[in-house]
Write a new protein. Structure first.
Length: 323
């Protein structure tokens, strides 16, 4: 049984996740390759679009693919999954239509070349509800956790084309989800990646500097704390969803809490999560530092990323500004 006989998307996704073995005698040369069709389609869409954001979006996808494609099997799978979203031009609310990005069905892809090391990086960008590009909006920075999908450029690129958004969280502003160079705990070039992403977004749209918010789950929660320590006066509020503080507890102390004492901070973590106790410790450090705007929310469960928790966090954070 060779790959050309296997046509279901679920199989491809399972293969990508490493839960299905490649059948003996079937190599990547046996598998359909839609690189050319996707590249030509994206080029055409970019050249024909009158909208500068859509043009940037299509060109960014090309740029990320060109930078990350090593022509390995996983690269082919990711490119094919993107192609499956772009293939049918007749799909209503599809990835070719501008309205699909205005109604949050899909994020825009925004890529740039890092001035630090010359590498191509990128972010997902969700636009504000009833978006007016001339208006000023809040900025929400969402940092992903330690995640197989983020390990490589093309898997992180293809992920949002496999499903639709269905949450109101962060709808009043721009919501960016930077790649962050994968799973590097937001240190070194990964931390730099977040700063460069924010600079790139600010070069494209108008941001309310008094309403910038930093959130993250697990590794991303640890990253949010770490980044906020270096720029505490930048953020209007901080959201930590099961922060992975066990990775490095050296920044979890009274001095760090004193630095963050004026930054409203929201914690949410499952009571059965192995990180529950250390998140409670972080919260208590802020209490002891006389931070007057805190919330600690728990739920019955483990290390889960639940959309309802993200939405409750958003509703709490959005009413703070830097003043």
């Amino acid at each position: 049984m060779c790959f050309e006989k296997i046509k279901t998307f679920n199989f491809l996704l399972a293969l990508l996740c490493g839960t299905v073995l490649v059948p003996a005698g079937c190599g990547s040369s046996d598998f359909p390759d839609h690189r050319v069709e996707l590249h030509e389609t994206l080029q055409t869409l970019a050249s024909e679009s009158d909208d500068p954001f859509m043009k940037l979006h299509f060109n960014s996808i090309i740029k990320v693919i060109d930078a990350g494609d090593e022509r390995k099997l996983n690269d082919t799978l990711n490119i094919n999954s993107i192609w499956s979203a772009f293939e049918d031009a007749a799909i209503s609310n599809g990835v070719r239509q501008r309205d699909s990005y205005l109604n949050w069905s899909y994020p825009l892809i925004i890529a740039w070349v890092s001035p630090t090391d010359g590498q191509v990086s990128f972010s997902w960008l969700l636009l504000p509800a009833q978006w007016d590009p001339q208006k000023e909006y809040p900025l929400y920075v969402s940092l992903h956790g330690f995640w197989d999908v983020a390990e490589e450029r093309l898997s992180y690129l293809s992920y949002p084309f496999q499903g639709q958004q269905n949450s109101f969280a962060f709808e009043d502003g721009y919501n960016i989800s930077p790649w962050g160079r994968g799973n590097q705990w937001y240190r070194g070039i990964s931390e730099t990646d977040i700063r460069e992403c924010i600079e790139k977004i600010k070069s494209l749209v108008h941001i309310d500097e008094s309403r910038q918010y930093l959130t993250g789950h697990s590794m991303g929660g640890f990253g949010a704390w770490h980044i906020a320590l270096g720029s505490p006066n930048t953020w209007a509020a901080l959201g930590i969803h099961a922060g992975g503080f066990l990775y490095d507890k050296s920044e979890l102390n009274a001095s760090a809490a004193n630095t963050l004492r004026n930054l409203p901070t929201y914690f949410v973590v499952g009571t059965s999560d192995s990180l529950y106790k250390i998140n409670k410790t972080a919260y208590q450090l802020l209490v002891d530092a006389n931070n007057s705007h805190l919330s600690f929310v728990s739920f019955s469960g483990g290390h889960e990323y639940r959309q309802q928790d993200v939405e409750k966090m958003y509703l709490w954070m959005k009413y703070f500004d830097r003043d």
